[in-house]
Design a protein around this ligand. Sequence first.
Ligand code: IVH
Length: 730
Amino acid sequence: MYNKKTTQELIKLTEKLKSELPIDSPESQIANLKKVINFHDWKYYVKDDGVITDYDYDMLFARLKKLEKENPDLLTDDSPTQRVAYGLTKEFPEVQHIAPMLSLDNSYNAEDLMSFDESIKKLVDSDSVEYTVEPKFDGAGISLVYENDQLLRAATRGNGTVGDEITNNAKVIRSIPLSGDLSKYNINKIEVRGEVLIRKDVFKSIQENQKKEKELWQKDKEAGKKGIGGEPKIFANARNTASGGLRMQDNGEVAKRGLEAFVYYVGYAVDENDNSLLLKSIKSHHQTLEILADVGFKAPMQEITICKDIDAVIKACEKWEADRENYPYEIDGMVVKVNDLQQQEICGSTAHHPKWAIAYKFKAKTATTKLLDIEFQVGRTGAITPVAKLEPVHLAGVTVSSISVHNEEYISEKDIHIGDTVEIERSGDVIPQIVRVIKDARNGSEQKVLFPKNCPDCDNVLVKLETEAVWRCENTNCPSQMVERLIHFVSRDAMDIEGIGKKQVKRFYELGYLKTFPDMYNFPFDTVLEILDDAELKKENNLEGYGTKSIENLNAGIEKSKGQPISRILYALGIRHVGKGTAKVLTENIANLMDLKDKSIEELVAIDDVGPIVAQSVFDFFQDPQNLEMLNMLQAGGLNFENIIIQKENKSNVLAEETFVFTGTLEQFTRNEAKAMVEENGGKVLSSVSKKLKFLVAGASAGSKLKKAQELGVTVLSEEEFLNLIQERS
Ligand code: IVH
């Protein structure tokens, strides 16, 4: 569609429009602005390879909008400004599809594919059939009708015969062209089919924002705030978010979901005399997609494989299945299609599916298994969490043997009984969940889940507040809580003590070496080293697997943690309602951590983002003499309670114009700290990888972003290299 030459011309034109005073006529300015904006939309949304800054794009867009407002007679339907111009859609009228939108038949293994191949060979009466293999996108089906090069209407799949017209919503999806040079191929009217999706990382960030909103809402609710509206929703999965998005009334809201559309099929294509072009001038499925891509659609050209025989098909399917987690979109299988359209025609269709195509479904991300028991675990704040113990089952690459069932309400809502057969689901790297109980599998021996009245660890009577969903053990000396508090204290976002994890904390607690936070800074290294020196003692104390090296690492980790800023110390203390953000806010304007003990509730509430519940909790903590004693001991152990005030203004400008994306598991700093470092030095953190990105900083087990950066030739840095970069330039 845009070859090298036109691409260069349009980039030049962009530069011209950016810098030049508008001396051309409004007609020519509008025409040029539409041209370049359409080009940049295509480059960014279809090719994933943006070449303009958001700022410049917005400027050009604003200029076009202004010119169209001043010259309403020059406004056309296919102007990029018209994508979000329609506002509310009251209802979605039903429309009949030109040709029914069929489903696909399924296959699950190589054998199924071979018998599919056999049947095709019989149908077309040939020994060699060429196939294509492409992803089976797990989103919401869409039909797009274009006439005279313009998008006429968009519709959902509906029941396959009749769908809902959702044209205004489709228009905000920038990978769906509003117009395209179809006449070039003699196409007068065409129905294009595809799938609307959300990239996994975009979905994740939407979900994270929703979680934050929900947390804030919950805080407001606990604080008794009025007018906070209903409980914010958290989307369950990318597919529902996409299909729900297509049917929203406000297309401004649809735009916020970041939907994209891949196209993979043409249901109908005619020239101006209504003659079908599908067999006349378009010969193969691959060519169909090439034409669509050329006209500006997002067709899976990078993904599609042409296969000479079924063995190649099987290979392609298996390769994709093994690598599916690295693909940026959710896919639930591959679609195998006979490439030659004439052969497709010979195969024909049933009422349900075309006979020339088959879906190869990936191994399920859901599984069924038996729920053996419910265990009750005590968290660091005393919250009791029921955890279902399952008969171990393989699910999307991991073995699952226990799964949280959250709280009493959840158990009764899902009607979970001990002994039930349950269906569990895991998508991407999301924690497995119970989808449903299979009630038909019950035999009467299943038992109701009885919630304990006493703490399973210390036997204290449990309590439940009206405003909360969980039961709690209020004994702060409950051993389980103490261990959990210590685990939190050493964790990455808190004191970040390397060389000690859950298992070690538990072990040292049981041995009596680590009972309180200050014990961490008074750790009996000599005693532990003596034990490790003696094989017998080592075994007796259950310290097998430990070596002197682990103890050295722990020592170094403890020393390093002494330099943590006071916001982290405050967070590490595990005061109820004091999360990472709140700890930062609380310590922003104090000189010493102990200043908090002199603050009244009123003074605490006066701090931005601190509500009465947080204030009360902090106040109570700092009034408790035992806690003050513990803080004194931490200070005596070497922690720094002075506030190292970080200047908020830019420290330097050494990263000006530089852009960064962080991916994978970061060991040396959190994502927020990384972002702060970049911004303090004048740089910018972006959320996705494109050609314009300067640096990708990759931590351990980086996935698709790293792959994409390597493909695009973006410089990849390790965490050390990133830190060095700042240091070298400073
Ligand atoms: S071809 C007439 N190709 O899967 C055949 N469908 O379960 C048209 N789907 O209804 C379908 N990716 O919504 C085709 N690459 C792909 C696809 C795909 C996803 C959807 C489509 C279809 C459903 C069947």
